[in-house]
Design a protein around this ligand. Structure first.
Ligand SMILES: Cc1cc2nc3c(=O)[nH]c(=O)nc-3n(C[C@H](O)[C@H](O)[C@H](O)COP(=O)(O)OP(=O)(O)OC[C@H]3O[C@@H](n4cnc5c(N)ncnc54)[C@H](O)[C@@H]3O)c2cc1C
Length: 409
């Protein structure tokens, strides 16, 4: 593992720091919007306005889409430089949190599998935050086993007619476009009959119903599709070849979640313990040190990934290790924070003396262990790809989807 920047990387880091110092709001200051996506910390409209303004500024100054080609509004840098930018930006009161499906998932998928026309049409408005994207993958019977989707798309001339149900669709209610997986051939094994579409969320036949989470917010939705028409030129990659495109999206999603927890949360909790005079409590001290140590380990896992990237090695199961570790760290951090707040931790409104940031983190933490592949699924990946243990039995792998007797077959 190499902890030091090369001279070129150090120069890039200095350039990024200088720009951020001039343009980014200070963390913890009055203009900090970095935790605005958490319930109760900022009105959703105000948060979205600030993030869009920030994205526009990044594009105008050439700091958006660090690894994206310049012709699509990006900076054309290496994955290593992207890591450096993320590290530096995480020290400031900024985030691009509500826009990751577009910028970090749909964008890279389009750049790899999309047509030139799709890239020209979608990438720049995506980067600027002018068009928000959602991910219509999961269904009631297809989450960990995503290839089990039963939403059907049938070709009708130059269009596809899509019917089915999606669920857990984050931000569908505020998205203009969606990336959608649908079954286009039920007569082949389940991974082989799926097509990847771009869906205009304003198309007739789409019914979006919000789902209320235990954080109190309505972050995700059920989406019902009733004979929705999608033009054929909105197919990404090959018809029935959507699984390859989905894998690109999913690996970007996992890396996004794994790498998204770089802030100094455990230090903030230690500071709060000091302010409250709770830093002498022996049990709490142990919890604080546990959280701090985990955050350090996560940082070094990040360095390992960074070293692989700088040597041009594509990340492998490291992202699974990091994602699992992040989920466990955030769960422990949430628990420690509420134990420290004591009865005050039960307040979740304007009358909470220290705000509701820690309460919101506590309530949101379990979601990180499910979204983008559950903890158990990450453990399966590590068991197979790191430890070399026997793979799961996949009896339905070579059976045509129609013969599995599932919905939509
Ligand atoms: C905050 C959040 C946001 C999300 N946003 C989106 C979104 O925008 N778009 C979208 O498409 N989806 C989204 N999802 C859905 C997410 O991808 C799924 O929840 C996830 O893939 C798990 O699928 P599931 O909920 O159907 O659970 P299931 O797959 O039914 O799993 C149920 C339980 O069984 C376990 N399990 C399943 N298979 C195995 C196995 N092979 N071995 C061991 N254990 C197993 C799981 O770990 C879990 O504990 C979101 C989820 C969350 C929590």
């Amino acid at each position: 593992m190499d902890f030091d920047d090369t001279p070129e990387e150090a120069a890039f880091r200095a350039e990024a720091r200088a720009w951020l110092e001039e343009h980014a709001p200070v963390k913890g200051g009055p203009d900090d919007f970095s935790t605005g996506y958490l319930e109760g910390t900022m009105a959703p409209e105000e948060f979205n306005r600030r993030v869009k303004a920030w994205l526009g500024l990044l594009v105008d100054h050439g700091w958006a889409g660090i690894t994206w080609p310049k012709r699509y509004g990006g900076r054309g840098c290496t994955p290593m430089q992207s890591q450096i930018w993320t590290q530096e930006a995480s020290k400031w009161g900024v985030t691009v949190n509500p826009f990751p499906v577009g910028i970090a998932m749909a964008g890279p998928t389009l750049m790899r599998h999309g047509t030139d026309a799709q890239k020209e049409r979608f990438l720049l408005p995506m980067l600027r935050g002018e068009e928000v994207w959602c991910q219509l993958f999961s269904e009631p019977d297809a989450g960990s086993d995503l290839a089990n989707i039963s939403t059907r798309a049938v070709r009708d001339g130059d269009e596809w007619v899509v019917s089915g149900q999606k669920v857990w669709t984050s931000g569908a209610h505020e998205s203009q476009w969606g990336i959608l997986l649908a079954r286009t051939d039920p007569d082949v094994p389940k991974h082989k009959g799926i097509t990847y579409f771009l869906l205009d969320m304003a198309a007739p036949g789409i019914d979006i119903r919000p789902l209320r989470q235990m954080t109190g917010s309505e972050h995700f939705n059920e989406v019902f599709l009733d004979e929705v028409r999608i033009p054929h030129d909105m197919v990404v990659g090959e018809v029935n070849g959507g699984w390859a495109c989905a894998l690109t999206t999913l690996s970007n999603e996992r890396g996004l979640i794994a790498g998204g927890n770089k802030s100094s949360d455990s230090l903030a909790l230690i500071e709060l313990a000091q302010k409250r005079g709770r830093n002498e409590d022996p049990v709490l001290r142990q919890q604080l040190v546990d959280c701090w140590s985990r955050q350090q380990i996560q940082k070094y896992l990040g360095y390992r990934l960074q070293t692989a990237l700088s040597k041009g090695v594509a990340p492998g199961p490291e992202t699974s290790v990091m994602k699992l570790f992040a989920a466990e760290y955030l769960r422990r951090l949430g628990k420690a924070s509420l134990e420290m707040l004591g009865p005050e931790g039960q307040l979740y409104a304007d009358d909470a003396p220290a705000g509701t940031d820690w309460q919101a983190r506590f309530l949101f933490a379990p979601a990180i262990g499910i979204a983008g592949g559950s903890n158990e699924v990450q453990r399966n990946i590590m068991a197979e790809r790191v430890l070399g243990l026997p793979g799961e039995i996949r009896a339905d792998r070579d059976v045509p989807f129609r013969e599995l007797g599932r919905r939509g077959s």
